[in-house]
Design a protein around this ligand. Structure first.
Ligand SMILES: [Zn+2]
Length: 333
């Protein structure tokens, strides 16, 4: 695997059985530190793996901890999924810090598109007829997408910025560019929207006489498919270890690279709190401070125990293992 800060650690009983995976993240944010609490996610992955390995004296199977870097930028789980890193797993588990406990829900599939428009520079005042305005290509792209946006599903998102718009008003821009994120609840609808957005770009190039190049500038994310059988087992175990309130999944319009993992094996991505009351915004210094408190560490400990117990349940309960597998197969026909 050509990702220098990723890792894979395995404990194998040498006997046949289920394969349990725990996923660690550990990247932080510039200026903010662990404002997304990945210090806790990193420890949960390693802690759950070590704890489960201590419970496997009489079971078969194996447990693997995956170190998954760069979640905040171009998530490594995308590449790792494509390489087949998670294909052997009967369950992939990770949990993310938040302000409350939430069951694993959905996240949106996402594609990141860059549009480069090329025109011909000229003096804007004295010889405009000799120029081709690349910025007009970008402006028409936004106009076309605004028209499209009226007729997309309310759960989808298309949002973009202009990255280059020319250098001076007295020069017709020969180059302009824009970047967009397109998000949808399913990979299939994302593909349909992406095709339409690309058509918007081609149409604007045609109408302005510019030339457009379209490319992906970040990894594309799949939607998160929560395995409900796996999720229910984790919820049951969290209750067992004393967690009382676990909320139904949040309505999320974000995108995470765990989505890609959930298309390769049964997966979950629930949330746990770093504060005992109120709300703290992710990607803030307040969140970074909350992520190192005793309270956050206590919740982390409960998640570790619940994850390890869930792994043990799957290793020892063939029926549970089959139900999780069957659900995954049905989601992926
Ligand atoms: Zn995060």
């Amino acid at each position: 695997m050509d990702i220098p800060t990723a890792f894979r650690a395995e404990y194998d009983t040498g006997r046949p059985g289920a394969v349990i995976g725990f996923l660690s993240e550990y990247d932080a944010l510039p200026q903010v530190g662990h404002g997304c609490g990945h210090n806790l996610i990193g420890t949960i992955g390693v802690g759950s793996g070590v704890l489960l390995s201590k419970l496997m004296e009489h079971t078969g199977g194996k447990v693997i901890v995956f170190g998954c870097p760069a979640e905040e930028t171009s998530g490594a789980k995308v590449k790792m999924s494509e390489l087949g890193c998670f294909d052997e797993l009967d369950a992939a588990m990770m949990a993310h810090p938040e302000s409350k406990y939430y069951k694993s829900g959905v996240s949106l599939a996402m594609e990141a598109l860059r549009f480069k428009y090329f025109g011909k520079a000229t003096r804007a005042a004295t010889s405009p007829q000799d120029g081709i305005n690349a910025l007009e290509g970008v402006i028409q792209l936004f106009v076309n997408i605004n028209g499209l946006r009226q007729h997309i599903l309310p759960s989808a998102r298309i949002h973009g910025v202009i990255r280059n718009g020319g250098v001076a008003p007295n020069i017709v821009p020969d180059y302009a560019s824009a970047e967009f994120h397109i998000r949808a609840t399913s990979k299939e609808y994302l593909e349909e929207l992406s095709r339409k957005v690309r058509n918007c770009a081609q149409a604007s190039a045609l109408s302005t006489g510019t030339r457009v190049e379209i490319s992906n500038y970040e990894e594309s994310y799949c939607d998160l498919r929560t395995n409900q059988n796996l999720s229910a087992q984790v919820t049951e175990n969290l209750h067992l270890f004393g967690v009382e309130e676990i909320n139904e999944p949040r309505k999320s319009f974000g995108s995470i690279d765990m989505g890609n993992v959930s298309h390769r094996c049964p997966g979950i991505h629930p949330y746990f709190p770093v504060v005992d009351h109120g709300y703290v915004t992710a990607h803030s210094k307040d969140f970074a401070a909350a992520a190192v408190t005793d309270y956050a560490h206590e919740q982390m400990g409960l998640v570790i125990k619940s994850f390890a117990k869930t792994g043990y349940d799957i290793l020892t309960d063939q029926d549970l293992r089959s139900r999780i597998r069957q659900e995954f197969e049905c989601q992926n026909v």
